[in-house]
Design a binder for this molecule. Structure first.
Ligand code: PLP
Length: 372
């Protein structure tokens, strides 16, 4: 029996032809394909201020730079995420300040954020864990009151919605990851969407050494002045070509994730020992993960693996790592969330038969081990 996996690379055959064409076109750097991909992404998100990049991590680093976060500043963030959310804060020279999460959803708690604000706070990072949007309005209201910038880590949340608008429209900066196992991929890649035109224009320069690629030049060489240093974070035409093709499938991919999520929501709530995460009413999750809570979680994971179903906690709480030890503090709700959370396969590759099998196996586990 083939294992039912948590992640799968989405790579349609229709990518092959355009990919080979661009590969042998004589131009593979950042060019027309990147422009075209950005144009299409702008239409998809309903926000034209899209920067394509070489990774989501680069996107977060760039967002922090655009928010003018630097040495001595503090950034409030969550420990319940991929380390990629928080490494860029250290790379920017700033201090990480952990805020606790909601114990059920694992999402950063606005009330906990407000308690952590000091005169050094410059920005707030929120992560839409598994695809479920954070309480964006509450967080942005707090940020506005204290004159702070907000960054959304939407690595899991392409296609999610909040208050009737796609994620990508609500905060100062929104990052998406196009890494191999996300809803759709450009092999590696990332997106940074901006709210302000000025941030977008500055970001366009900083993703490529601070050089204006649109400047009219007499020859190849860059003669115009570079105002401030930048990075090598741009996307190339190879990745963009894959992205243009992949984008044609995104609605179909997301709707399959959501359909499986709704099935699980309905079936699992009846099973003893399982707590289903209730999604906030104002939002729609594109369900990159289907996370639930279960007692005896580690036993559950081993048992499910024996039944051919992969499960995982996916992310380790970041505050445990030595690299983040300067920020150590008590996070009781991270502890609660992390003790029982586990994700089961939910993606576009999970068929009706697969999900029925998975639910039956969870029921079997509950009958066997959850009697008391
Ligand atoms: C929550 C989160 N943030 C950031 C990233 C980083 O994205 P990338 O791998 O594209 O740099 C990831 C990647 O898996 C992630 O899961």
């Amino acid at each position: 029996m083939e294992q039912k996996v948590l992640f799968k690379v989405h790579m349609p055959k229709s990518v092959d032809k355009p990919l080979l064409e661009v590969l042998h076109s004589g131009f593979i750097g950042q060019g027309k394909k990147v422009d075209e991909f950005e144009e299409r992404l702008g239409e998809y998100f309903g926000n034209k201020k899209v920067l394509t990049l070489n990774s989501g991590t680069s996107g977060l680093h760039l967002a922090l730079r655009l928010a003018n976060v630097g040495h001595g500043d503090e950034v409030i963030t969550t420990a319940m995420t991929c380390t990629a959310t928080n490494m860029p804060i250290l790379a920017a020279g700033a201090k990480i300040v952990w805020a606790d999460v909601d114990p059920m959803t694992g999402l950063i708690d606005p009330k906990a954020i407000e308690k952590k604000i000091t005169s050094k706070t410059k920005a707030i990072m929120m992560v839409h864990f598994g695809g479920i949007p954070c309480d964006i309005d509450a967080i942005n209201t707090i940020a506005k009151k204290h004159n702070l910038k907000t960054i959304e880590d939407g690595a899991h949340a392409i296609g999610s919605e909040y208050n009737g608008l796609k994620i990508g429209n609500h905060s100062d900066f929104i990052m998406f990851s196009l890494q191999a196992i996300k809803h759709f991929t450009t092999v590696d890649g990332g997106l940074l969407l901006c709210k302000d035109q000025s941030d977008y224009e500055r970001g366009k320069l900083l993703r490529w050494y601070g050089i204006d690629r649109d400047a009219k030049r007499k020859e190849f060489r860059c003669e115009e002045d570079i105002i401030e240093y930048g990075y090598k974070y741009h996307m190339n035409d190879i990745s963009a070509t894959i992205g243009i093709e992949q984008l044609k499938y995104i609605d179909e991919i997301v709707s399959k994730h959501i359909d499986n999520q709704e099935y699980y929501d309905q079936k699992l709530q009846r099973i003893k020992g399982i707590s289903v995460i209730k999604k906030p009413e104002v939002s729609k999750s594109s369900s990159w993960l289907y996370t639930m809570h279960i007692e005896k979680r580690d036993l559950f994971s081993t048992w499910m693996s024996e039944q051919g179903v992969m499960t995982s906690r996916v992310h380790e709480r970041n505050d445990k790592h030595t690299a983040f030890s300067d920020s150590m503090c008590s996070l009781p709700n991270v502890e609660r969330f992390n003790n029982t959370q586990v994700s089961i396969p939910v993606g576009w590759w999970i068929t009706d038969e697969d999900r029925e099998y998975i639910v039956n196996k969870i029921q079997e586990f509950s009958d066997k081990f959850m009697k008391i």
